[in-house]
Design a protein around this ligand. Structure first.
Ligand SMILES: [Zn+2]
Length: 71
């Protein structure tokens, strides 16, 4: 049952407290969005794993910030 607006942090259930979940949610919503490629400037970059990013347009794989790309 989902009674609270927890979005991506709903999997944590009632644990960890709302402040922690608020932070996680902010990070996760950012990392799931497509990021802008620093090489071709298109919004086609996907996060593969921690700090590893792949641009689907120019096929470049690169490292950046763990959860998002520094712009
Ligand atoms: Zn690119």
């Amino acid at each position: 049952m989902r009674t609270k607006k927890t979005k991506s942090t709903a999997r944590f259930g009632p644990r960890y407290g709302s402040v922690v979940k608020e932070r996680v949610r902010a990070i996760e919503s950012k990392q799931r969005k497509k990021q802008k490629c620093p090489f071709c400037k298109k919004q086609t970059v996907k996060r593969l794993s921690k700090g590893i990013w792949l641009c689907r347009s120019c096929k470049k794989k690169f490292t950046s910030q763990t959860y998002y790309i520094k712009s």
